[in-house]
Structure formats: C-alpha cells, structure tokens
Design a protein around this ligand. Sequence first.
Ligand code: PXL
Length: 277
Amino acid sequence: MTMKKTLTIAGTDTSGGAGIQADLKTFQEHGTYGMTALTVVVTMDPDNNWSHGVYSLPIDVLKAQLKTALSTGIDAIKTGMLSTEEVIETAGEAIAESGLDHVVIDPVMVCKGEDEVLNPGTVDAMVEFLLPKAEIVTPNLFEAGQLAGMKTPSTIEQMKSVAEKIHSLGARNVVIKGGKQLQHDKAADLFYDGKTFTLLEAEKTETHYNHGAGCTFAAAITANLANGLNVREAVIEAKKFVTAAIANGWKLNEYVGPVMHGAAKRVGTQEITATEI
Ligand code: PXL
C-alpha cells in the first residue's frame, strides 16, 4: 500500500497540542504519512506561568531536513511557526523547488496567550516569500489583518475585504478563522477562492481547551489536499475535523488544554454549514 506524503515545516510544541505534534497527529488521523522539518523548539515554563521559550534551530539544520524530506517526493506541504525572515525565505525556496501546488501556509505569528508578533519583519517576509506560493493561507483574525496591512477584522464584512486583499497578494485561496473574537453567534470561518465567499459555520463550543486548534485545522486541510480533495472540500472537511477536536478538548494541566486531535474518528463529528454570501 502506498500513502500520500505530507510535510510540515514548523516548530515543535513540547506540550504536544500545537506545532508539529498537532500536524503529525492530524496527518495520521487522515491516513497520510507525516514528515517534518523543524524550525524552532518551543518550551513552556511551569515555574513561570507556562511562559514560552522559543529556541530557533540553526538554518543549516532546517536546510538539511528539507533536503531529506523533499527527496522522497512529497504530496502536500504545510508551514507553521517560522521564527525569522531567513527561515521564511528558506521555506519559500524549498516550496519552489518542490514544484508542488498543494501548499498550505498557516501564518503563525503568536501563540495563544502571548501577544507579541514573533519577530518584526516576519510579516513582510511571509507576504513576499510565502503568499505567492500558497494554494491556501489560513490566518486567524489578527494574522489576517497583519498580512493585509489592515486593521484586525472583527465582523464578517471586514473579513471579506481583508480576504480580498490577501488574495490580491498572491494566495490562490484564503480561509480566515473567526475564532472567539468574531462578533457572531456561530463558530464561523470565511473561505474565499478569488470569486466566491463561503461562510462556514458550526455551533460554538464553550471551552478554553482549544490549544492547537489552528495548527490542527491547517494540517487537516493539507492532508485532505494530499488525499485528492479540492480546496473547498478540503476546508469543509477540515472544519468538521477541528470542530470535533475542539468540542473534545481536555485539560492537560492548570495552564493549557489541547484539542483532542483524534476526536472526529473516535467521538464523531457535528454538521457544519457552508453558505455562499
Ligand atoms: O498555536 C501556535 C503554535 C504553533 N507552533 C508551535 C507552538 C504554537 C503555540 O504554542 O508552540 C510550535
């Protein structure tokens, strides 16, 4: 039996909920063969309120991993936490060399609970080196505003303008994740393919245990694309997958509760709606 190969270029979240851990667990749930190229190691300090330490790996170490993984013939690539402009440029070069269409850019800028952009300059680098190569980009509201150079959207009408702007910067499809900040009664995401806006809605889950939701959503899209779904279906199925993961989020300790990456298969999914608006 052969499997589709999915590569994540991202950081390791030692606590296991986000980053490459989320990606690999999600790839596995979708029956794809997950591979990794690590950019940074993220640690959390239990003696200091779980504050994050971010340790970048040397660029040569990243390049060597990319060479290894790409030599095997990858079917879809995802990017996650990329700590510096150099890392972003290197990821962009690797994507170009791969010649792949199935490129999912998750423009991770901050971890939940931390409020500074990882590194000034990384937003411009993402716009220059990654957006033009993206089959789809998956920002949250804050990241969408940053990429577009616009105010952080807080309504669906504002999300539409921001999505158009990001599309004009070269991403072929855009899905903006509404999350908790959005003023809306459902858990809503906006998908834009350059022509049509589709609003994806699920019932809201009242939980704080949603660490890793963004990574899991983007990884599910990546696996779905590798498995042959079109972009719209890949996004809709990924929303079902992550909605189940969030609904079954659990408490790891007093600081963090990860999503349950395996919930869709083990517990089941709920309906979501996709409406053209
Ligand atoms: O959720 C964003 C994220 C992505 N990647 C890594 C992380 C985090 C947040 O903790 O640690 C490696």
